[in-house]
Structures are given as C-alpha cells and as structure tokens.
Write a protein that binds this ligand. Structure first.
Ligand code: ADP
Ligand code: MG
Length: 490
C-alpha cells in the first residue's frame, strides 16, 4: 500500500447536441471555416441580446435526469467576468448559485469492481472562442465559431482516488450523455472535455489538500495518464520538502508531463453577478416529467437486464450494449423468435467478426447493419438463420458460412442454403457410403485407431465431413464412424 492517497474531482464540459447556439440562432456546425458560424451575439456586439435556446435546456435536463440529479425548477444565469481575446463580451454566461441540476451520481466499474461517484452539480454555460497562434506568424488569430456553443459542466465531489477510476468515470458519463442524445460523444472534436482536479494526502487522512487543475483532457487515456503523472509529481514534490501550489496545468501528451498554465483565479476574481439580460429559468413540473418519461433505457440498466432476463455473462452483456447497433439487432432477433443465448452468440460472434472484417457497418438512420453493396443484416435475418440450425436444416458450422454468403449475395438464409446446396444430409445411406470410403482410403489410421489411438476418431469424422462438404449431420457421422470402426474389427 502506498502511504499517499490521491484525491480527484472532475469537471466535464459536454457540448449539448443542438443545431444552434445557446443564446442565438447562429449554427454550431463542427469543422466550418473560421468565423463563419458567428452572428453579432457571438461577436459580442453591444446591444445584441441573448435568447435562451429551449432545446439546450431540454438536453441539459435529459442529462440531469439520466445522471440521477435533482433537476431544479428554478435556475439563474450569471456573468463570469474575465478578459481574454477569445471572449469578446468580456464575460462568459454561466450559472453559479442556482445551477440547473444539483446532486446526482454515476455508477461504473473499475477492473470489475462497482464504484459510485456523486455529483455536486450540473450547470449550463456558453463556450468561448478559440485563439490560434500559428508558426512564425506574429499575429494571434481568433475563431469565434465555438463562442456561444451550449455546454453543461458536470462537477463531481472530490471522491475519486485512482487515475483508472477517473478515466472510467469519464467513459461512463460519455455513455450516458450519448445514450440520451445530450452529447455526440466526439471527444476528438472537442464535444466532451474533462478538467481533472488533483491533490494528494496521507493515506487515512480526510483533509482536502491544495489541488491543481489539469485542463481540457479530451480522451480517456489522457485523463488517466495526466492524473497519474500529476499524482506522482505532487508526491515527489512533497517528499522532497516542497509544497503543491494551486495552479491550472496543461497535459503535454508528447512529453508525458503536466505543465503550468497559470496560477488559478479565485471565485472573487470573476465578479459573478446575475445576467440582467436573461430572466430566471422556470421549468414547469409537467414538462419536466414529460422529459423524464421520454428517456431511453440507460446502458447500465440494459446490461443488468440482459444478465437477469437472458442469463448473459457480464462480458457478453457489455459487448452487446457497448457496440453500436448490437442491442437493436440482438433484441430484434429475440423478438423474431431466436433464443436469447443464440442471439447473443450470433451478434458477439459472427456479426462482430463480419464488422471486424469490414463486411458490415451500422447505419443508424435505418437501424440496420449494411454491407458496402447495400445488403442489410438485421435481427430477423439472424433469427431466420438460427431457425435453420434449430430445425436441423444446417449445422451450426454451415450456418456461420451461410451468414457470410448472405452478406455477399443479399439472399436470405434459406435462399443461400438452397442455392449452394447446403441442406444438411441426415440420410444414413449416403453418410454410410462416405464413412466406408474414408475407412478404405485410410488403412494406416484405421490400424492405429484399433491399436489404441482413440483420438483418431476426430480425424475420421473430419474426413467424412469434408467428403460430404460439411453437410452431413455431425451427430450421425460420429455414430456411424464409431459403428463402422467397431463393426469392421469384429
Ligand atoms: P472551481 O470552481 O474553482 O473549479 P470547485 O470547488 O467548484 O472549484 O471544485 C471543482 C472541482 O474540484 C470539483 O470536482 C471538486 O470535487 C474538485 N476538488 C475540490 N477540492 C479538491 C481537492 N482538494 N482535491 C481534488 N479535487 C478537489
Ligand atoms: Mg473549475
């Protein structure tokens, strides 16, 4: 055991998936040319007035309910004043004392161990623009496309204690936000970013020591690595007689270290006050209830349901819930009559491998997997395939090949079986002939088998299956091979 305990609190900034900005109709499209997604409000022109985007509020409320928060009937927007070139108004509109959500928590697993981290709050705010400093150019450039983008900031209690847990928490939050449509989950596009507050204390102590805050971590790995390095840095600093200074730091992923960015402002420096241009937000109880009722089943609940109702392993349930489209196809296959365990084997086995081989990809708009040539594979088509196994039309091994042929040809499972002549043969006469031929062709193996090498049974079965192009019913082959080898000896 280490004699130090790390204390970590996270602040996650999540862009709300709206088409327009939080206080104006300017668009939020990603990747547009600089300063094209901008109107007079984004540019801070005097006299322009903010109007709250209803959809942004709805998405924040969805996120709040999904994270088990107390969604507030009353919340208030404040001005957070600071001067920076990417903030033309000279203040950011945020929420200080009356945020849209209080409390809440997130359940997640770290190395198979369940953990819960409680939330302090979720508040709404607008994003700032971006400063760009390029190469030799002595000028700084400002891109205001992001200015006014709606965000929620999700703030945890300082009760996470390992870098791995911090990353797992961030991942779990992303999963929930994406599931309820509040956020698009695109970390690389800056839609979701995490600030990590880190301090250390002697193990067993309850004090909250001076912390540093590492800004703008936009991948799970960066969260883990940056927090790990910052913990090590603070411990080394204290053990060598120094002390931690409250600072904002940046993670340098190429040099694997955190670097100081600025010493941190206190709340007083921001001179918060309620924004006089925006009335308090009052949310109607019936509307809140309708938003809550419209939430989909969350991933954690779905995993638990699959384990309880379908007796799937934790790994199988997670593999289905965590991959786009799998749960849809899995449930549709069950609805079409496939046994849940078989449906799980199909999606996590052959479907996953076809996706892995880039034969299929999920098409969200139609709730279906499609090949590059437009062949669609859905739940009912897997159920029909399993149906051919269930009624002994094909063996499971043949069925796997049939799925590949369905993807290539666009034919149904039954049509592939007919076209390729794959119908299972359970005609003893036909199989017996194949067994006899294999025994005659392999006298050495027959002698060895009779001499005691009983494991050669697999060899004979394999030869017969090959001779019948995989169509012979394996149980029948096994029975006839055993009979033939025993019978001829007697
Ligand atoms: P600020 O608004 O200055 O960022 P807050 O008090 O709102 O500060 O805290 C922000 C985050 O810092 C929260 O997630 C909180 O859990 C975390 N935090 C607060 N104190 C500590 C500490 N001593 N060590 C680690 N994290 C902390
Ligand atoms: Mg902060």
């Amino acid at each position: 055991m280490s004699e130090w305990q790390a204390v970590i609190g996270l602040e996650i900034h999540a862009q709300l998936a709206t088409e327009s900005k939080i206080f104006s109709a300017a668009p939020t499209a990603f990747g547009a040319e600089a300063n094209t997604q901008v109107n007079e409000l984004c540019a801070g022109h005097p006299g322009s007035l903010p109007v709250l985007n209803r959809r942004a509020v709805e998405l924040a409320v969805r996120a709040g309910f999904a994270l088990d928060c107390d969604v507030q009937a009353l919340s208030i927007f404040d001005r957070k004043n600071y001067f920076y070139p990417d903030l033309p108004k000279g203040y950011q509109i945020s929420q200080l004392n009356y945020p849209i959500c209080l409390g809440g928590h997130v359940d997640y697993d770290v190395d198979g161990q369940p953990q819960r981290t409680r939330l302090e709050r979720i508040h709404m705010e607008e994003d700032a623009g971006k400063s760009q400093h390029e190469g030799e150019d002595p000028h700084s450039h400002i891109d205001l496309n992001r200015a006014g983008t709606p965000l929620i900031e999700i703030v945890t209690h300082p009760e996470i204690h390992t870098p791995e847990a911090a990353a797992a928490f961030f991942r779990a939050v992303r999963e929930v936000l994406v599931c309820v449509g509040a956020n698009d989950g695109r970390l690389a596009e800056g839609s979701l970013r995490c600030d990590a507050n880190v301090s250390v204390r002697p193990a067993g102590s309850e004090v909250l020591n001076t912390r540093t805050e590492i800004k703008n971590l936009n991948s799970f790995r960066f969260v883990r690595d940056a927090v790990r390095h910052e913990i090590d840095r603070q411990i080394a600093l204290i053990e060598s007689g120094g002390s931690v200074v409250q600072q904002t730091r940046l993670w340098d992923e190429t040099r694997n270290e955190t670097r100081v960015m600025r010493t941190k402002e206190g709340e007083a420096d921001y001179r918060y006050f309620p924004d006089p241009d925006l009335p308090p937000v009052l949310l109607d109880a019936a509307w809140l209830e309708s938003v809550r009722a419209s939430l989909p089943e969350l991933p954690a609940a779905r995993r638990a349901r699959y384990r309880a109702d379908y007796e799937l392993s934790a790994a199988d349930a997670a593999a289905i819930v965590d991959r786009s489209g799998f749960a849809t196809v899995f449930e549709a296959a069950i609805a079409a009559g496939c046994a849940p365990r078989q449906a799980a084997i199909w999606v996590n086995g052959e479907l996953a491998s076809a996706i892995n081989d880039e034969l299929l990809a999920w098409r969200d708009s139609d709730n279906v997997f499609v090949s590059s040539r437009g062949v669609e594979i859905d739940g009912p088509s897997l159920a029909a395939l399993q149906g051919l196994v269930d009624d002994d039309t094909v063996s499971i091994g043949t069925a796997r090949r049939v799925l590949r042929r369905m993807i290539e040809s666009g034919l149904s499972a039954a049509a592939v079986v007919d076209a390729d002549g794959l119908r299972q043969v359970d005609d003893s006469g036909q199989i017996e002939a194949a067994v006899r031929a294999v025994i005659e062709a392999n006298p050495d193996e027959v002698a060895a088998f009779r001499g005691g090498r009983k494991q050669l049974i697999g060899f004979f079965i394999g030869q017969v299956m090959r001779a019948t192009k995989g169509r012979a019913k394996p149980d029948t082959v096994r029975r006839l091979v055993i009979e033939a080898l025993a019978g001829d000896a007697g």
